[in-house]
Design a binder for this molecule. Structure first.
Ligand code: FMN
Length: 373
C-alpha cells in the first residue's frame, strides 16, 4: 500500500481512446452462465453488473457473449448477441450500469473447437484441443472433440457474425466491444500453431495466424462509430493449458501487437490464467509482455491476474507496465473493490466456496445470503 497521505495510482483517472474513466479498475470478463436458454441476459444479470458500477468500477467488461447462433456458443446459458431478444436483454444491463455513471463494453467470444454445447464443434484444423471440458459449465463433459475444419466460407460467416454483434452492441448502448483472442477459444486456436495447421491466408506465419482477429477488428471499426471501443484480449495460456507460452517470445509478440494495433484496436488486454500476472504476462525468458505491448504500440494496456493486491498494482502502474487493471475473482467477491481501496478497507479474500451452488449469478446470491444469515 502507498503512504497514508498518497493516493494509490489505481485511483487516478485514465483514458482509453476518447473514454474518460475515473480510475484504473476494470471488471474482468467472467462467464456466469446466467442467461435464459436462448442466451437472453436477465434482470438479475442487470442487477449483478450494476453492483460493480456502484462499487466504483469505472469500466466493466461484460462476460463473453457468442456472436452468432450457429457454432459460436461455448456453454449452456451463456448470453449471446445475435437476436433482437438478446439485444434487448443486454440493453437493460447497459442501462443499469450507465445509471450509476460507469462504462460497459461487451466481450465477443467464439468457442470454436472448445464449445461444450455445439453438436459438431468447428476449428481452424481437425486437431483435438488438449485438456478436458470445464466442469463448472455443465452440458458436455470429458475430453474435447476433434473439430470439423472451417471452410473459407465459414470464416467469412464468422467475421460477419462478429461485425453484426458489434453493431448490435453499439445499438444496445455499449461503449465498446472486446474481441476475445485468448485462453484457447476460436481466435486463439487460429493464433496457436498446434491447433492451426492451415496454409495461408489464415495459417503458417504468425502474421497469418493473427489475421482473422485483425480482420474482425478492422471490420468492426469500419461499421461502428469512431468513439466506440474495439479492444482485443490476448493471452499465451489456454484455459486448459496454463503453462503455454508463445514459442517465439518477444518476436511473436512484436508481430501480434503491431498487427492488432494497425488493425485499429483501441486497447490490448492481456489475460492471466491460474499463475497470476507476472507469470502469464511474461515470455518464457521473463520479458514483460504488457510493458512491451505498451511501448511498441502506444495503446492503452490492461493487465490482469491477482491485481487486487495493492502492492503489485502499484508496481505494475508505476513501472509503466500497464494503464488499467482488470480484476476478476476478487471483484466477484468484492463488487465494491475500488471503493474499498479508496477507503483503505481490506478486500475480502476470494474463496471458491462462492461457487458452492454453481457458477451462476443466482448461485452466488444464494451463497451470499447464507453467509450473511
Ligand atoms: C468464473 C470465471 C469466468 C470467466 N469467464 C471469462 C470470460 O468470459 N472471458 C474471459 O476472457 N475470461 C474469463 N475468465 C478469466 C478472467 O477474466 C480473468 O482473466 C481470471 O479470473 C484471472 O484474473 P483474476 O486473477 O483477477 O481472477 C473467467 C474467470 C472466472 C473465474
Amino acid at each position: 500500500m502507498t503512504q497514508n497521505s498518497e493516493i494509490h495510482p489505481a485511483l487516478a483517472p485514465g483514458t482509453v481512446q476518447n473514454l474518460d474513466l475515473p480510475n484504473r479498475y476494470v471488471l474482468a470478463p467472467m462467464s456466469r452462465a446466467s442467461a435464459t436458454e436462448g442466451g437472453v441476459p436477465t434482470e438479475d444479470m442487470a442487477k449483478y453488473y450494476a453492483r460493480f458500477a456502484q462499487g466504483g468500477f469505472g469500466l466493466l467488461i461484460a462476460e463473453g457473449a457468442y456472436p452468432d447462433t450457429t457454432i459460436a456458443q461455448a456453454y449452456a446459458n451463456q448470453p449471446g448477441l445475435c437476436t433482437d431478444a438478446q439485444q434487448a436483454g443486454w440493453k437493460q444491463v447497459v442501462d443499469a450500469v450507465h445509471a450509476h455513471g460507469s462504462k460497459i463494453i461487451l466481450q465477443l467470444i467464439h468457442a470454436g473447437a472448445v464449445s461444450q454445447v455445439v453438436d459438431a464443434p468447428h476449428g481452424p484444423s481437425p486437431v483435438r484441443p488438449d485438456g478436458h471440458m470445464l466442469q463448472m459449465y455443465g452440458t458436455k463433459q470429458g475430453p474435447y472433440e476433434t473439430p470439423v475444419e472451417l471452410s473459407e466460407g465459414d470464416i467469412t460467416e464468422i467475421k460477419a457474425g462478429f461485425v453484426q454483434a458489434a453493431r448490435r452492441a453499439e445499438e444496445a448502448g455499449f461503449d465498446g466491444v472486446e474481441i476475445h483472442c485468448a485462453n484457447g477459444y476460436l481466435l486463439d486456436q487460429f493464433l496457436t500453431p498446434e491447433t492451426n495447421l492451415r496454409a495461408a491466408p489464415y495459417g503458417g506465419s504468425v502474421e497469418n495466424r493473427i489475421r482473422l482477429t485483425c480482420e474482425i477488428i478492422s471490420e468492426v471499426r469500419a461499421v461502428c462509430s469512431k468513439d466506440f471501443l474495439t479492444g482485443v484480449r490476448l493471452s499465451q495460456a489456454k484455459a486448459t493449458q496454463p503453462d503455454y507460452f508463445w514459442a517465439g517470445g518477444l518476436d511473436d509478440a512484436a508481430i501480434i501487437f503491431s498487427a492488432v494495433a494497425e488493425a485499429g484496436a483501441s486497447f490490448i488486454h492481456l489475460a492471466s490464467e491460474r499463475g497470476g500476472y507476472a507469470y502469464h504476462s511474461s515470455t518464457k525468458d521473463g520479458a514483460r509482455l504488457t510493458k512491451f505491448a505498451r511501448e511498441t504500440t502506444g495503446l492503452p494496456v490492461i493487465a490482469n491476474g491477482g491485481l487486487e493486491d495493492c502492492d503489485l498494482a502499484l508496481e505494475v502502474l508505476s513501472n509503466g507496465e500497464a494503464d488499467f487493471l482488470a480484476i476478476g475473482k476478487s471483484a466477484m467477491m468484492n463488487p465494491d473493490l475500488p471503493n474499498r481501496i479508496a477507503n483503505r478497507q481490506a478486500p475480502k479474500e476470494f474463496t471458491f466456496e462462492l461457487f458452492s451452488y454453481g457458477v451462476s449469478v443466482s448461485s452466488q446470491m444464494k451463497w451470499e445470503a447464507e453467509q450473511s444469515a
